[in-house]
Design a protein around this ligand. Structure first.
Ligand code: GRF
Length: 200
């Protein structure tokens, strides 16, 4: 069996997305990143993928969610995509969309997300800022399967980090991002049946 065919959905700076392209290049037996899907023509991630030679599909939101998701599904079908990785894609995918990626053996959708908190705490947007503002002693990052709720699917991996007394929001986020870049590849390794050194 060859590597699974992945699409990454991202609409921001794309640090996780690019990190996963690099991971796929180092582990060509595991995954192949075939496509970037973005809804934002101005997203910084586009230039990063173009520079890597990975195809980019820009699918701006048009008409309504059903129409938009149908456009995305067409592109995914064209590239025979088996798995989806969300990495800063700021839209909630519908149940209709997700069920196209339902895997009976896993009893999960083959759609992954990374969220910058220790779920179930701080779901939704701006999770780093919310955790920081709440003066938590620890925060963390979580990779989970996507269901039709908001940041609510089954958890695959989580890693925590302390909030230091001298932390600014900026270095709190940057410590979290470093962990994001570790656990997304680790979670994919796990799902592809490989052992990893660390556990939840
Ligand atoms: C990350 O913090 C991720 O946890 C969240 O969106 C952000 C994307 O950041 N879902 P980047 O574009 O990968 O740097």
């Amino acid at each position: 069996m060859g590597p699974k065919r992945f699409a990454i959905f991202a609409s921001g700076t794309g640090s996780n997305a690019l990190n996963l392209v690099q991971f796929s290049r180092l582990n060509p037996h595991l995954i192949s990143v075939e496509l970037l899907v973005t809804d934002s023509p101005r997203a910084q991630v586009i230039a990063k993928f173009t520079a890597q030679g990975v195809p980019v599909a820009i699918v701006p939101f048009e008409k309504n969610k059903k129409f938009h998701e149908a456009q995305i599904l067409k592109v995914l079908a064209k590239h025979n995509i088996e798995w989806i990785i969300l990495a800063g894609f700021m839209r909630i995918l519908s149940q209709d969309f997700l069920q196209k990626f339902y895997d009976e053996k896993l009893d999960r959708n083959r759609v992954l997300n990374i969220h910058p908190s220790l779920l179930p705490s701080f779901k939704g947007a701006n999770a780093y800022a919310s955790a920081f503002a709440a003066n938590v002693t620890h925060s963390g990052v979580t990779v989970h399967f996507v269901d039709s709720g908001v940041d609510s699917g089954p958890i695959i991996l989580q890693k925590s980090f302390p909030r230091l007394p001298e932390d600014t929001l900026e270095n709190f986020i940057s410590r979290g991002k470093q962990l994001e870049h570790e656990i997304y590849p680790a979670a994919i390794r796990l799902l592809m049946g490989e052992k990893i050194d660390e556990c939840r």
